[in-house]
Design a protein around this ligand. Structure first.
Ligand code: VG1
Ligand code: CO
Length: 543
């Protein structure tokens, strides 16, 4: 085995987005494309000697190859040890858990999350810091800076390592430990939730379907739900990770997990349904005949946190991404704890959790989590709901309705316009930004605009500033229109329009969400010239 320095040329466009670098697999397959990015991470870290790194991914196409490349390069940079999940598998939350539990200096997550996989699909890579969470912008900016000036990378010429057998190996002077991808994570879940109560629930005939969407949550769900909690075999469906996710979008929302939603709509539907995404950090919660919006789910979890042993002492605060509905804010107010509004992307929650300022975090994009790790956590949310269902004895629909009756209902929807021509999308945002200074105070379609701005976040812990995080138009009655461009797409631009309307009156809680939001959607279209500029008469996906 020898360590080599290889000459290379920089690639343009290796800027990490909302959650790491995501590109088409074909782009990653270009010679040295992955190596350049990994070297840029290591260059940013500086001296890696003696450090421990955790590596794993969601099992999608290119995952195994990427891990071999990273192992050889880590060995060439003097890492003392790399922990890698068996078969190259580690869900994003499990990787966060392992980094924290084993005191690693960081981790590399290989995933494009909810984006499709396979040779024609997407791949992704993300660096997580020692707290187990996504690297903050300061670091991702530095990595990007390195990708632009890179001229060489260092690697070992060692052969392929067998990732399928648990145990130790060595590359150059570096120890490699292939670990059980589920064990540490499952143990942590057992500390947070009342497993005895959930076990008793299943023993009593409670039925559930968990849709793994052929992605990485399958092994975790099999082991925890069907193994530790005694749910009958067959509770977990699509539970074997496939390199192409069976050709589907592993995105747990009512559109892409339509099969589960249909299953939950029939008369003898299971009591509870849930799904998770490509890398298992997202979750969808479905009751009999009701899909819970992620914003409501966060609010309901916050309002009932005390049912789970890990949260009995109460929560310190909540943080939600700006486009997420304000339902959690109302709970925070009732609990007399702070609620922080951050830009989109889990990396902005890390500082707040590290500083002990918040316990629960969430995003409208089916992401919920807590300070037990530093990533959003799909199965964690599902286990929280199971704990709540066991403790309350009430069905999902009743819990949701009671929550609305107490706090009011935040009608909510996100409209995505995917693969729009980038120039048209940028122009739309510019057009909106130009109107911002004059919107406040205007009365449009019966709404009075209270605030109109392009969201700027000042991190209360380190004072760092993130600007241009989305155009928001907030009405005096709490209704909101938010526009931003996606930072995870790999084709053209994706425009996201977020709509929210608050209804205190219980008599008004029964409308279909799209109907309740139709007026705001029309207003948003008019302000942005959405349909005219994109040439589309409806969104690609509505959730
Ligand atoms: C999307 C979501 C965002 C989420 C991000 C990563 O980003 O909107 O809330 O944090 O995906 O989630 P964007 O920039 O496309 O809107 V995951 O599960 O794809 O890592
Ligand atoms: Co994900």
């Amino acid at each position: 085995m020898t360590i080599h320095t290889v000459n290379t040329t920089a690639f343009s466009g290796q800027r990490p987005g909302t959650s790491g670098l995501r590109k088409k697999v074909s782009e990653f397959q270009q010679s040295a494309y992955l190596e350049n990015f990994v070297q840029s991470i290591f260059n940013t870290l500086g001296d890696c000697a003696g450090q421990t790194l955790v590596v794993g991914g969601d099992g999608r196409y290119f995952n195994r190859h990427a891990i071999q490349v990273i192992l050889r390069m880590a060995a060439a940079h003097g890492f003392a040890k790399v922990l890698v999940g068996q078969g190259g598998i580690l869900s994003t939350p499990a990787l966060s858990c392992v980094v924290r539990k084993r005191g690693a200096s960081g981790g590399i997550v290989l995933s494009a999350s909810h984006n499709p996989g396979g040779p024609d699909g997407d791949f992704g890579i993300k660096y997580n810091i020692a707290n187990g969470g996504p690297a903050p912008e300061k670091i991702t900016d530095a990595i990007y800076g390195q990708t632009k000036v890179i001229t060489e990378y260092r690697t070992s010429d060692a052969g392929e390592l067998d990732l399928d057998v648990i145990g130790g190996a060595r590359i150059e002077q570096m120890d490699v430990e292939v670990i059980d991808p589920v064990a540490d994570y499952a143990a942590l879940m057992g500390e947070l939730f009342d497993f005895a109560a959930i076990k008793a629930l299943f023993a009593g005939g409670f039925t559930m379907r968990f849709d793994g969407m052929h992605a990485v949550s399958g092994p975790y769900a099999h082991a925890i739900l069907e193994g530790l909690l005694g749910a009958p075999t067959g509770t977990v469906i699509n539970g074997t990770p496939l390199e192409d996710f069976g050709g589907h979008h592993p995105d747990p929302n009512p559109v892409n997990a339509a099969e589960l939603v249909a299953l939950m709509s029939v008369q003898d539907a299971p009591d509870f349904g849930a799904a998770s995404d490509g890398d298992a950090d997202r979750n969808m919660i479905v009751g009999r005949g009701i899909a819970v919006t992620p914003s409501d789910s966060l609010a309901i979890i916050a309002a009932n946190a005390g049912v789970a042993p890990g949260y009995r002492g109460g929560i310190k605060g909540i943080a939600r991404s700006m486009p997420t509905s304000t339902a959690p804010d109302r709970v925070a107010q009732a609990l007399k704890v702070p609620c922080y509004e951050t830009p989109t992307g889990w990396k902005y929650f890390g500082n707040l959790m590290d500083a002990g300022m918040v316990t629960l975090c969430g995003e409208e994009s089916y992401g919920t989590g807590s300070s037990h790790i530093r990533e959003k956590d799909g199965l964690w949310a599902v286990l929280f709901w199971l704990n709540l269902l066991a403790a309350s004895g009430k069905p999902v629909a009743t819990l949701v309705r009671e929550h609305w009756a107490r706090f009011g209902r935040n009608y909510y929807s996100r409209h995505d316009y995917e693969a729009v021509e980038s120039v048209a999308a940028e122009e739309l945002m510019t057009h909106l930004r130009e109107q911002l200074p004059t919107l406040a105070g205007q009365v449009i379609d019966g709404y009075t605009v209270d605030l109109a701005d392009d969201f700027v976040y000042k991190d209360p812990v380190d004072g760092s500033i993130a600007s241009k995080q989305g155009v928001r138009i907030v009405m005096t009655d709490g209704s909101r229109i938010v526009f931003r461009l996606s930072g995870t797409g790999t084709e053209g631009a994706t425009i996201r329009l977020y709509l929210e309307r608050y209804e205190r009156d219980v008599a008004m809680h029964d409308m279909p969400a799209q109907e309740a939001l139709a007026g705001l959607a029309a207003l948003a279209d008019r302000l942005a010239g959405l349909h005219q500029r994109t040439g589309r008469d409806r969104p690609t996906v509505t959730t």
